[in-house]
Design a protein around this ligand. Structure first.
Ligand SMILES: NC(=O)c1ccc[n+]([C@@H]2O[C@H](COP(=O)([O-])OP(=O)(O)OC[C@H]3O[C@@H](n4cnc5c(N)ncnc54)[C@H](O)[C@@H]3O)[C@@H](O)[C@H]2O)c1
Length: 285
């Protein structure tokens, strides 16, 4: 259902790889809400992924870019302004990748070159994106810039590895740049901290199936999926959130504020019973 929340707005969406991608759903919803957009992803992703199908469906142009290259990012914003006919109203950074996670390097055995790459692709690219756009005066006054993050930036999640550090930096960039861009041009910069979601990047996380299930059971509203996330992004791009900036916004069914759920406590106690004798003494474990 469309509410015309983005009628007449122009947007750039980074990170749609396939139909499971969060950015894919955001692109579809943005167009449904009346926006015109351009898409961007790495040249390799454009060749190997199915983003061309999305571009065809939404009648929009794909501008290939490696988000670690300032030159590529400048080109995305210049070309987007040409294609869309003016300044951009909203930008989505939906990009993440860790070679350490891919190569199964554990957090106490990180390869530092790979860590540099993780931080550059998953966090510094957000700074590069915003700085490039600002220098080109590519974002309209009152515009909205979003990046996607995960609660592992605040709390430790086994297997999330160096992506936790990348997300902490990403969220910090949103605050630091949000202050400057807000003061000068009323541009909002926020991060949305999303539930575990079954996507290509998501399934790279060690134990993703179990993490997904755990978060789903712990969250009073259950996990938010990619389509739910797209809805939230649309609201953040719209004029309804003009005074929201420099925030890390949890979109996780309540997970981040739950200490212990009744369900989890019951399951824990049942598990413990197996390790108790008849008098309730723990035998082992
Ligand atoms: N899936 C989850 O569980 C989850 C949870 C919270 C946050 N997030 C975040 O959501 C965002 C989108 O991920 P997703 O889950 O939709 O997975 P996805 O794999 O569909 O998207 C990740 C995208 O990053 C792109 N990318 C990688 N390296 C790049 C580079 N150098 N330049 C430009 N683009 C590059 C990939 O091509 C891909 O399109 C990421 O920031 C991810 O960390 C995901």
């Amino acid at each position: 259902m469309s509410y015309n929340l983005l009628k007449g707005k122009k947007g750039v969406i980074f990170g749609a790889l396939n139909e499971h991608s969060i950015a894919w759903k955001v692109a579809e919803r943005a167009v449904e809400e009346g926006a015109t957009i351009t898409l961007s992803n790495t040249p390799m992703a454009v060749r190997m992924g199915t983003v061309n199908n999305l571009a065809e469906k939404l009648h929009c142009e794909i501008i290939p870019a490696d988000a670690t290259s300032v030159e590529d990012l400048e080109n995305v914003f210049k070309r987007s302004m040409e294609v869309l006919g003016g300044q951009i109203d909203f930008v989505l950074h939906s990009i993440g990748m860790s070679p350490n996670v891919r190569k199964r390097r554990t957090y106490d055995d990180l390869d530092y070159k790979m860590l540099d790459t993780t931080l550059d692709i998953s966090a510094v690219s957000f700074h590069k994106m915003i700085q490039s756009a600002k220098k080109l005066n590519a974002i309209a006054d009152g515009g909205s810039i979003l990046a996607l993050t995960y609660v592992a930036a605040q709390r430790t999640f086994f297997g999330y590895n160096d992506m936790a550090d990348a997300k902490a930096l990403l969220e910090s960039i949103a605050r630091s740049f949000g202050y400057i861009y807000g003061r000068e041009h009323n541009v909002r910069i926020n991060t949305i901290s999303q539930s575990p979601t079954m996507t290509t990047a998501g399934s790279g996380v060690k134990g993703m199936d179990r993490l997904f299930d755990f978060a789903n059971r712990m969250s009073p509203l259950g996990n938010a999926d990619a389509a739910d996330c797209a809805d939230y992004c649309i609201v953040m791009f719209s004029d309804l959130t003009r005074k929201v900036t420099m925030q890390n916004l949890y979109h996780d069914g309540g997970f981040s504020n739950v200490g212990m759920s009744l369900r989890a406590m019951t399951t824990y106690e049942k598990g413990l019973e197996e390790f108790m004798d008849e008098d309730g003494n723990i035998i082992y474990g």
